[in-house]
Design a protein around this ligand. Structure first.
Ligand code: BGC
Length: 418
C-alpha cells in the first residue's frame, strides 16, 4: 500500500511546493472554541501546500490587535491578512494599504452570495478589500438548563421575568449572571439592553447616527436604570475573561451570560448541546431583533512579496468564501455563514434560530450594527464610548447623570479628528 501512495504523495507535494507561499494572519482568536474554528482555515491552507504563520494577539474582543497591526504596517511589514472589522476596514483602505479583491469576488460571484449588509462592510469605494467570515449575533442570553430546571424557572422573555428568575437563582446560592470586568464586555451587555429598552430606532439614533435630543436622553437614562439592575446580579470580581464567564455557565456555577454567539463555540468545545445542556435565548425583549457583528479578514497589499505569497493570499481569501470553510468554521465558532445559498440543515438549533432571526430582522429593519464590536461607528467614537461606559460601570452614577456622561463621551469622540 505504502509503495503506491508514496510516489503519489511525492508528486502532490512537488506540485504544491512549486506554488507554496506563506500567509501571515493576524487574529485574536485564542479561546478554546475560537482556536478550534481557526484550525479549519489553517488545515485548508496547509492542505493547499501553503505555510501558515500565526500572528496571535492576546485579548478578547480584539482589544490589543489594532495597536499591533498599526505597528507592523507602519514599519512596512504588513501581515497577509488581519482580523479587522467594520469601519476599521474603511480606515485601512482609505490609507491605501488594502489589496483589491474584485477579480476573485467576480470569479466566486460574491455579489450574489452576500447579503447587502455584509457586502457593504467589505467594500471601499465599490471595491472589495476584505473577506467576510461569518455573522455573529450579539443579543444572546446563554442559560444553564439544569439550574433553570432545578429551580422551576421558565426561560425569561421579559425583564420582569428575568428579575423573578434572578431572585430565585440568587436565593438558591448560584451566581445569576457571569460577566468579566472588561470595557468591551460591559459594552456588549449595555448595547443589548439599549436595544431592548430603547428599541431599534433609539439604538440607531444613539450609536450609529449619534442623535441626542431630550427624548433620547430620557431613554438613555432608562437604559442605565436597567443596566445597573442587571449588574446588581453580577459579581465583577469573579472572572476577567469572557470564556471564563462562559465556563461558569457551562459548569453550572452561574445561570446566565449575555454574550455574542462566539460563546456557543465554548459550549460546543465542551461537548454541550443546545436545549439539552444550555439555552440560547434572545436577550429579554429583543426577539426578532439582531445586533450583528461580522468577522472579516482584510487583505493587505503585498507589493514586496513573492508571487507565491501573493497566490497564497488569493487562496486564503478564496478558501474563506468557499462553502466547506463557511460550514466547518461556523459550526465550530457559533456564528452563521455569510453565504445566503447554504443549507442550514446540518447546523444546530441555535444557528438555525440565529439565521431565522437574521432574515426576519433584515426584513423588519431591526438588524443593527454592534457598537461594542466595531460595526456601528468610528473606532474613535467607539473608544470613548467603551472607556466611559467602563468607568460608569465600576463607579455607577444616578441613571440620568450616567446617561449625560455617556452621551458626552460619544459627542467628544465625534469631534476628535484622527
Ligand atoms: C469577535 C469574535 C470574537 C469575540 C471574542 C468579537 O469582537 O467578533 O470573533 O470571538 O470578539 O474575542
Amino acid at each position: 500500500m505504502r509503495d503506491y501512495i508514496a510516489p503519489i504523495l511525492l508528486s502532490f507535494c512537488a506540485f504544491n511546493m512549486a506554488n507554496a507561499g506563506q500567509v501571515e494572519v493576524l487574529h485574536y482568536w485564542t479561546s478554546g472554541g475560537e482556536a478550534a474554528a481557526l484550525d479549519v482555515l489553517k488545515a485548508q491552507m496547509t492542505a493547499d501546500g501553503h505555510e501558515w504563520l500565526d500572528f496571535k494577539v492576546e485579548g478578547g474582543g480584539g482589544g490589543n490587535a489594532n495597536a499591533e497591526l498599526q505597528d507592523h504596517v507602519l514599519r512596512g511589514d504588513p501581515p497577509t491578512a488581519a482580523l479587522i472589522k467594520g469601519l476599521d476596514i474603511q480606515r485601512w483602505a482609505r490609507l491605501g494599504f488594502l489589496a483589491n479583491l474584485d477579480e476573485l469576488a467576480q470569479n466566486q460571484n460574491w455579489a450574489n452570495l452576500l447579503p447587502n449588509e455584509v457586502a457593504n462592510v467589505m467594500q471601499h469605494n465599490g471595491q472589495y478589500v476584505a473577506v467576510p467570515v461569518n455573522v455573529h449575533r450579539v443579543n444572546w442570553l446563554w442559560a444553564n438548563k439544569s439550574i433553570l430546571d432545578k429551580l422551576n424557572i421558565v426561560a425569561p422573555k421579559t425583564w420582569s421575568e428575568f428579575d423573578q428568575a434572578a431572585e430565585k437563582i440568587r436565593a438558591a446560592g448560584y451566581q445569576v449572571i457571569a460577566q468579566g470586568d472588561q470595557d468591551w464586555q460591559h459594552a456588549t451587555l449595555f448595547e443589548t439592553i439599549a436595544l431592548s429598552v430603547g428599541g431599534p430606532r433609539f439604538y440607531k439614533d444613539a450609536f450609529v447616527d449619534h442623535i441626542f435630543n431630550t427624548k433620547n436622553n430620557k431613554i438613555m437614562a432608562q437604559v442605565f436604570e436597567r443596566y445597573y439592575k442587571v449588574l446588581s446580579y453580577a459579581d465583577l470580581s469573579w472572572v476577567d475573561e469572557w470564556p471564563d464567564a462562559t465556563a461558569n455557565v457551562i459548569k453550572g456555577e452561574a445561570a446566565f451570560q449575555v454574550m455574542g454567539d462566539w460563546a456557543k463555540g465554548e459550549f460546543t468545545n465542551a461537548n454541550k448541546q443546545p436545549n439539552q445542556d444550555y439555552f440560547c435565548l434572545p436577550v429579554p425583549e429583543t426577539q426578532n431583533m439582531f445586533l450583528f457583528n461580522i468577522d472579516s479578514f482584510a487583505m493587505f497589499n503585498l507589493k514586496k512579496s513573492s508571487s507565491e505569497d501573493q497566490l497564497a493570499q488569493q487562496a486564503l481569501a478564496r478558501n474563506i468564501m468557499g462553502e466547506p470553510f463557511q460550514k466547518a468554521f461556523n459550526l465550530t465558532k457559533g456564528s452563521i455563514p455569510v453565504r445566503t445559498d447554504m443549507s442550514m440543515a446540518s447546523f444546530d438549533f441555535c444557528s438555525q434560530y440565529s439565521m431565522s432571526e437574521f432574515l426576519t430582522a433584515s426584513e423588519q429593519q431591526t438588524l443593527l450594527p454592534s457598537i461594542a464590536h466595531g460595526m456601528a461607528t468610528t473606532g474613535t467614537v467607539q473608544g470613548y464610548f467603551l472607556e466611559r461606559l467602563g468607568e460608569l460601570t465600576r463607579t455607577p452614577l444616578e441613571p440620568d447623570r450616567a446617561a449625560k456622561e455617556l452621551t458626552k463621551a460619544i459627542r467628544y469622540g465625534q469631534y476628535i479628528i484622527r
